[in-house]
Design a protein around this ligand. Structure first.
Ligand code: TYM
Length: 332
């Protein structure tokens, strides 16, 4: 029996942060033993918000290093740059022909981006979900490991897949699902008490895998907290709940329980909670920092990995695009 196909990617718009890791990358690593996996670096998508990048190759190379440092294995998975797979762009064009302005304008991430940057509302931003659908469907993937914020994009991917199948009366594409081993999709909160960790909440609210221990400590100690509970077992305000969410991902269950009990007894001191969280984050990220430093130095190996990934991804993409061209009726 053939294995399920997995596909996902991350935009190279900086260093990877704990949101990327716990929302997506951790699962990439787990999935590669069981499935046929395609993991790419979304260096076309980054142009939607960073139209004139000074160093797009270096940005992508940096993410490749961080993928490897987190445990992605180029022998077991296909790891490639999105820009090395032009078949994706052809599929994007076909999907765009059947994607409607109204549905694209309603996408939450589009509306957010318009609000954040009203001077750069470009067509790439509007059609972000069709490019994403093309990324996934070019390999006919069925499982897509992503964080909670990508749920709507996956819904759109299914819409475009289904629409293509029914317009052309073909059973061409599967209907892919966001995947987190049967659990809810993850949302790692920002340190400022609101929103999700990531660039849009600002670097001070985001812990990057590359952050030095002193930087991590400083960011955590500045995280927003309240004055503390005044009644036993009272509900935690959002900023405290967020610190507990972060504690749950980097600390032991005993530690979480310890602080939870202190909170419920009104004995918690937020400074102690933050100190513990900072130390556990420093310990958690330490091995990544070490491996990133080692892997960055070997340019020849990185090039070989990119070449291998391109070759493997190309094989799968070519099959799909040949079939799609045939279904639509183009000359092959
Ligand atoms: P991007 O680059 O914004 O984020 C990459 C992955 O990290 C997850 N993530 C988070 N998860 C939980 N909590 C957070 N705070 C957090 N921040 C980021 C995202 O959910 C995502 O899984 N559109 C994608 C890139 C992409 C893609 C694709 C993904 C392009 N084509 C095809 C899957 C399949 C994006 O912008 O991710």
């Amino acid at each position: 029996m053939s294995k399920d196909i997995v596909c996902s990617g991350i935009r190279p718009t900086g260093n990877l942060h704990l949101g990327n890791y716990f929302g997506a990358l951790k699962n990439f690593v787990r999935l590669q033993d069981e499935y046929d996996c395609y993991f790419f670096i979304a260096d076309y998508h980054s142009l939607t918000t960073h139209p004139t990048p000074g160093s797009i190759y270096d940005d992508a190379r940096r993410i490749l290093v961080q993928y490897l440092a987190c445990g992605l294995d180029p022998e077991r998975s296909t790891i490639y740059l999105q820009s090395d797979l032009p078949e994706t762009v052809e599929l994007y064009l076909f999907f765009n022909m059947n994607a409607y302005l109204g549905e694209l304008e309603r996408v939450t991430s589009f509306k957010d981006k318009v609000r954040q940057n009203p001077n750069n509302v470009n067509a790439g931003l509007l059609t972000y979900p069709t490019l994403m659908a093309a990324d996934i469907l070019i390999h006919k993937a069925t499982k897509v490991p992503v964080g909670k914020d990508q749920e709507q994009h996956l819904e759109m991917t299914r819409t475009f897949a289904q629409r293509f199948n029914s317009m052309y009366h073909a059973e061409c594409f599967p209907l892919p699902q966001a995947f987190n081993f049967g659990n809810d999709l993850v949302k790692i909160p920002a340190l400022n008490g609101a929103g999700k960790m990531g660039k849009s909440e600002g670097e001070a609210s985001t812990i990057f895998l590359t952050d030095e221990p002193s930087v991590i400590r400083k960011k955590i100690m500045k995280a927003k907290t309240d004055l503390g509970p005044t009644e036993p077992n009272q509900r935690k305000p959002e900023e405290i709940e967020n610190l507990f969410t972060l504690l749950k991902v980097v600390s032991t269950p005993d530690t979480v329980e310890h602080f939870d009990t202190l909170y419920n007894n009104c004995q918690i001191r937020s400074g102690d909670l933050k100190k513990q969280l900072a130390e556990d984050m420093v310990n958690f990220t330490e091995p990544f920092r070490q491996r990133i430093a080692e892997l960055s130095a070997d340019e020849a190996r990185l090039r070989r990995i990119m070449d291998l990934g391109r070759e493997k991804a190309h094989e799968s993409a070519r099959r799909t695009i040949d079939e799609v061209r045939h279904i639509i009726g183009y000359r092959n």
